[in-house]
Design a binder for this molecule. Structure first.
Ligand code: 4NP
Length: 155
């Protein structure tokens, strides 16, 4: 079982989008039972809130199923519970480490570090461009799955 936790600032836009897009990809590939996928925030700002309508609308448009997501904050315990803790941008990684402490087991990544052009995922909070965020997320997830195949964690 590969346990993945996606993390962004609020857990209402980017990380739940990554969660549901990856759930959709692995379901379509018939490998969903190999994964446990969740998402969380670094901030307390949006705890208990549902996904941003922009993320929901984009998932709907792409015909991607999503659940009754409510934002939660990452906890220190999550470091033990997950194999991959994947932030959307550099600042997320800094904040993740502030909460979980030292990344002794090298579990913390930035999603687009798995792509051919490492960068931050486009933040739709100010731009309202959820299409760009989605494209970045798909690019990162494809790179992540290739990485898992290369490291033989996924076969
Ligand atoms: P997210 O988006 O981190 O992708 O869920 C944001 C949510 C809330 C805020 C910023 C970004 N905020 O400033 O409250």
């Amino acid at each position: 079982m590969i346990k993945v936790l996606f993390v962004c600032l609020g857990n209402i836009c980017r990380s739940p989008m990554a969660e549901y897009v990856l759930k959709d990809i692995v379901k379509k590939r018939g490998i969903e039972e190999k994964f446990q996928i969740d998402s969380a925030a670094t901030s307390t700002e949006e705890i208990g809130n549902p996904m941003h309508y922009g993320t929901r609308d984009k998932l709907k448009k792409e015909k991607i199923e999503y659940g009754n997501h409510l934002a939660r904050q990452i906890e220190k315990e999550d470091y033990k519970k997950f194999d991959y803790i994947i932030g959307m941008e550099k600042q997320n990684v800094i904040n993740i480490k502030r909460i979980i402490g030292e990344d002794n087991e090298n579990k913390v990544y930035k999603l687009l570090d798995f792509s051919k052009s490492p960068r931050d995922i486009a933040d739709p909070w100010y731009t309202r461009d959820f299409d760009k965020t989605y494209d970045d997320i798909v690019e990162g997830l494809e790179g992540f799955l290739e990485y898992l195949e290369k490291t033989k964690e996924l076969f």
